[in-house]
Design a binder for this molecule. Sequence first.
Ligand code: ADP
Length: 276
Amino acid sequence: MSDAVSRAVAGPPSGAPRPDQLPAPAAPGPVAPGAPIPGQPLPLPEKRDSVRLEGVTKTYPNGKQALINVDLVIPEGDFIFLVGPSGAGKSTLIKLLVRDETASEGRVEVAGHDLGRMKKREVPLLRRRIGIVFQDFRLLPRKTVQENVAFALEVTGTPRKLMEPAVERALALVGLTEQARQRPDQLSGGEQQRTAIARAMVHDPRLIIADEPTGNLDPLISWEIIQLLLRINEMGTTVMMATHDAEVVTALRRRVVALEDGRVVRDEVGGYHREY
Ligand code: ADP
């Protein structure tokens, strides 16, 4: 389970390696200096940028340029809002970060890994380092809260005895211990989103990408979700939140990256500035 979650719910970490730590992606192939050794975990780079985009252009097969020459560095531990009108390229940017899509030009790095050079079979391992939260929660309706969270560990082959405490801690982090045995249809929207956040956190990601996480929630509940994301960020996880919620963005005075027509048109600490 997460160092961050452990710190939050069980005090400071002991410093000993956690038995449930997932291996970094293994990379086969010839070994160049500094290159990963086959069968070994990918060495984690010294430097800690969660995200680094250099000159990134994404052209879809129909010729549409969804991102044009985007440069963006998000140091580990940052909290950033990603804003912009519909069609600006926000989803495309997120798809590049989780490697649903690849850049047509330029370089995309996440947690130090160059996604352009990443092997297909390493992609699931990358995704364990990124927690994703969606507007529509995307929970499994027949599974309980704890089963939804555990499922994220199951699919990656986490030993059963490690799963239970990890799930418990993730649920404690989001305040859903009491609801662990309920199914999504027995939960409020806010509770469903907190379940999704627990699921995103259970792998101890370095980066949480929240794609309009409050889009389906009323303002009061939205604030609860934002507070939770802020707390997760304070514990050391980088958070990138795509949103149209001008009130939240303006109130929090965090770093705002604004996209328009595939370009970064603003990157500064501040408010929402514009209605999209
Ligand atoms: P946003 O998330 O900000 O609404 P998107 O990244 O979804 O923006 O879209 C950016 C632009 O790329 C839009 O013009 C959209 O129509 C186009 N686009 C998105 N996905 C595809 C695709 N798979 N094929 C072609 N064009 C796409």
